[in-house]
Design a protein around this ligand. Structure first.
Ligand SMILES: [Zn+2]
Length: 412
């Protein structure tokens, strides 16, 4: 009995001594307010990074680091995941978002807004995914994923996206299964006819490849039934993007000021409501009443391309700021831009700060003042809170540093 107590004491002493020995780290971010939805963290903590990965998160870490970053007054969050962007940029004329001028190289637009991973929403189809991969994936630091367009030619615009003979479930699924690390879903967009064929083909491709489908439901005329789409055609885990858009023929979650019952029912059965702001798909007339009545988006995304970034959308931080001012909490806004999209695309090593996860980290301030936010109808909402990205780390490397938080002091 005495021997056993002695042994227990010895173990406790060893543990205490071990915890007092400072660990080595490459970087420690101190005194920031950490928000990590996966790990239920929402308080002031330190974050240590070693070999490009998160090594420790906790209050007042005993760490010897090569570099200390003071994050006092800032929020420290996982690198953001933008679930809907357009990055198959190229120089082919009349190619819209598939190897054309309207798509954007990710690194020039992501890090400055705290984004470290993007999902291209349908720029390529099964015919040209490898071209997209060689052109953009292999030349970008931003972590890249793709929803493969059900149209074999991808998002070339116009007639190409109306061609049901180029919507092949089997070939789309085959290419998706060939590149499971990069292709995380199937996309259908911009279809204008009152016909379920494209939806059925996209869902079938998603079923064969075991991945979700993201639907931009075009503007069918006459309008197809949203009840049928959301409650019968789509599977739990499938995504409806542009969820607060208001275009003829598209989903309106709000009619006459009231959220449609199908929208709540669909969200309850696991359909993901994604913002996908874009240049024409985010109206306050939808977003404000929907959120006030309890229909919150599951994920926040930009629909980034040349047609959205210079309008009301701007960037991920701006879209998040809008939702913060409409009434989502900061914790919700961060979760819906990090851990929630990571789960949707089944990349659960991202969007969190668990020890061992890649050190993709963003530091934000929530500035207070009087700010204006514009929707796609040129309507302005004023708000008193705005997110600014100060620092972004990708695999532990500084890729954006607004005010020199991680830079060396100048010595003449
Ligand atoms: Zn889009």
């Amino acid at each position: 009995m005495i021997k056993s107590a002695y042994q227990t004491l010895l173990v406790v002493l060893v543990l205490v001594a071990g915890s007092l020995v400072a660990q080595n780290a490459d970087i420690v971010i101190r005194n920031g307010h950490v928000i990590d939805a996966k790990n239920n963290i929402n308080s002031v903590m330190d974050v240590a990074i070693t070999d490009g990965k998160i090594s420790q998160v906790g209050p007042k870490l005993s760490v010897n680091a090569k570099k200390t970053i003071d994050a006092t007054g800032l929020y420290v969050v996982p690198g953001l995941i933008d679930l809907h962007g357009h990055h198959y940029y190229g120089t082919e004329p009349d190619h819209y978002l598939s190897d054309g001028y309207s798509a954007l190289p990710p690194d020039g637009f992501t890090f400055r807004a705290g984004v470290t991973a993007v999902v291209d929403a349908g720029g390529s189809g099964w015919r040209n995914f490898t071209d997209f991969r060689d052109q953009t994936f292999l030349n970008s630091k931003t972590k890249m994923f793709a929803f493969l367009n059900i149209v074999g030619a991808g998002m070339r615009g116009g007639a190409y996206e109306q061609n049901t003979t180029d919507m092949d479930s089997k070939l789309t699924a085959l290419v998706a299964k060939q590149y499971p690390d990069q292709i995380v879903g199937i996309k259908l967009a911009h279809f204008m006819s009152s016909d379920w064929t494209p939806t059925d083909r996209a869902v079938e491709a998603g079923r064969q490849a075991g991945i979700p489908v993201m639907i931009d439901f075009g503007a069918a005329n006459p309008v197809l039934s949203w009840d049928t789409l959301l409650l019968k055609k789509l599977r739990p885990g499938d995504i409806v993007t542009h969820c607060f858009g208001q275009t003829d023929g598209r989903m309106h979650v709000v009619e006459n000021g009231t959220v449609q019952p199908y929208a709540f029912k669909a969200q309850q059965r696991g359909i993901i409501f994604d913002v996908g702001h874009g240049g024409g798909s985010f109206m306050y007339s939808q977003a404000i009443p929907a959120i006030k009545q309890g229909l919150k988006p599951n994920t926040i995304s930009t629909d980034l391309h040349t047609g959205s970034m210079n309008g009301g959308m701007k960037d991920m931080a701006n879209v998040m700021s809008k939702l913060l001012n409409i009434g989502l909490s900061l914790q919700e806004v961060i979760a819906k831009s990090t851990w929630e999209p990571a789960k949707v695309i089944n990349k659960k090593d991202l969007g969190n700060l668990s020890p061992g996860a890649p050190a993709d980290v963003a530091l934000f301030s929530v500035d207070t003042g009087k700010f204006g936010f514009i929707d796609v109808g040129n309507n302005k909402m004023t708000g008193d809170k705005k997110l600014t990205c100060h620092l972004t780390l990708l695999n532990g490397e500084v890729v954006w540093d607004l005010n020199g938080l991680a830079a060396n002091p100048y010595k003449p």
